[in-house]
Design a protein around this ligand. Structure first.
Ligand code: SF4
Length: 101
């Protein structure tokens, strides 16, 4: 757990992380940084891979199709720790209406 929960002011689940699969390389610092276990790195499904750019497909193949996944969106408190630690700048926080990856 980080100190992020001390500064999280958003009600859980209203703002959630959106992962850009064309950028994510599945390295996982976001998983470690999240105080609420919202994220998990796992191998993507074929459905998740549709829509990737050519560069995204090459990157995905190289890193074994591993990506950060939002597994518990209801627990996200929008503290932004995952955004700060992502080396690929693959995470943005969005309002819940946006389809999650
Ligand atoms: S903003 Fe990121 S680090 Fe913070 S609770 Fe949500 S998923 Fe976890």
């Amino acid at each position: 757990m980080s100190k992020a929960n001390e500064s999280c002011k958003q009600a859980p689940g209203k703002i959630v992380p959106l992962i850009d699969l064309n950028r994510c390389e599945g390295k996982g610092p976001c998983v470690s940084a999240c105080p609420y276990e919202v994220l998990l790195v796992k191998v993507s499904s074929k459905e998740q891979r549709t829509g990737l750019s050519i560069k995204g497909k090459i990157k995905g193949f190289v890193h074994g199709w591993k990506y950060a996944n939002v597994i518990h969106p209801d627990l996200c408190q929008a503290c932004g720790e995952c955004v700060k630690v992502c080396p690929e700048q693959a995470i943005t926080l969005v309002r819940r209406e946006v389809k999650l990856t």
